[in-house]
Design a binder for this molecule. Structure first.
Ligand code: 13P
Length: 342
């Protein structure tokens, strides 16, 4: 059992590849569609996912795709189930299994991620449907009072309960404790909070007997809050992020797959690239981007079937640039060259 977990985790952070997080809940996806001027709905969500998953050449750069329950059960217009479509391209199908961040009782504006009830049974069903990895996202907000120790602790505990259940079902857990970058906090504060959160998460993972070699960590990069007047340059972000991870993430973990958060596509790519240029680390340094891979494609598509090819070219371009960054071979020049040769 542990061999298959290790193999899947290693494949997900294989050379030059990373993960597409296409697991937006229906509510989040509809919000993004509306913001792009597209009428939301079940068929629109399906059409967008078909566009992404049938993009020729993307599988060179994408090792796995995280799906949402609705998408997991949907198919192409030709009737091929999405998990099957991915598997046929050698791409591992993943599934988001948390049911979202809900208000935390007795806390002031903090959340706890839910979804443990019935999780063992749901994991068995997802495994039978082809899922080999999963995701659970805990959300940690930062300001002068937050996060409370209480919030960090209960979210870390839930992440570990989820991870243990995944491994029991032979599914690789992606453990995502996201420290939000909303607000005006400094990069120092971000490093301190991210470090404390990671330390607590690994304490719980060990306590709950999670096999570190059979999981992946999906953290935020260490950034200043988006409203902080002092914004560090990319080198500082890369150095602080690596320092924080080295201090808190055991070397037994095979890979770190960053989320893109609200960073611009080019910032998320450039910072990943720098981290891959800063010497060898105990773990693979890769990506599990949602917006960072899809935003340009969504805008280009605009819900119009005439734009599918152009939108797929945008997605392929972003995947190619991000995969170059995963190897430490990205630069703004390459960004432009790849765009011209696409
Ligand atoms: P972003 O890259 O858009 O932050 O999404 C990644 C993700 O899966 C967040 O849970």
């Amino acid at each position: 059992m542990s061999d298959s977990l290790r193999r899947t985790a290693a494949a997900l952070v294989g050379e030059g590849k990373g993960i597409l997080a296409a697991d937006e809940s229906n509510g989040t996806m509809d919000k993004r569609l509306r913001a792009a001027g597209v009428e939301p709905g079940v068929e629109t969500r399906r059409a967008l996912r078909e566009l992404l998953f049938t993009t020729e050449g993307a599988a060179q750069y994408i090792s796995g795709v995280i799906l949402y329950d609705e998408t997991f059960r949907q198919s192409t217009t030709d009737g091929v189930a999405f998990p099957r479509l991915l598997e046929d391209q050698g791409v591992v199908a993943g599934i988001k299994v948390d049911t979202g961040a809900k208000p935390l009782a007795q806390a002031d504006d903090e959340t706890i991620t839910e979804g443990l009830d019935g999780l063992r049974e749901r994991l068995a069903e997802y495994y039978a449907g082809g899922a080999r990895f999963a995701k659970w996202r805990a959300v940690i907000a930062v300001d002068e009072q937050r996060p409370s120790r209480y919030c960090v602790h209960v979210n870390a505990h839930a992440l570990a309960r989820y991870a243990a259940l995944c491994q029991e079902a032979q599914i690789v857990p992606i453990v995502e404790p996201e420290v939000l970058m909303d607000g005006a906090h400094t990069i120092d504060r971000s490093e301190q909070v991210t470090g404390a959160v990671l330390a607590t998460v690994f304490e719980e993972l060990r306590e709950q007997r999670v096999l570190l070699e059979g999981m992946l960590l999906k953290p935020n990069m260490v950034l200043a809050g988006y409203e902080c007047p002092e914004q560090p340059d990319d080198e500082v972000v890369a150095e602080r992020t690596l320092r924080c991870l080295r201090r808190n993430v055991p070397a037994a973990v095979p890979g770190i797959v960053f989320l893109s958060g609200g960073q611009s596509d080019e910032d998320a790519t450039a910072r990943l690239n720098l981290m891959n240029q800063m010497g060898s680390q105990p773990w693979e340094i890769s990506f599990s981007y949602g917006r960072g891979l899809q935003a340009a494609a969504l805008t280009t598509w605009h819900g119009d079937s005439d734009n599918v090819a152009a939108a797929q070219a945008q997605y392929r371009h972003r995947a190619r640039c991000t995969a170059a960054a995963r190897r430490g071979e990205y630069s703004p020049e390459i960004e432009r060259e790849l765009l011209a040769s696409r």
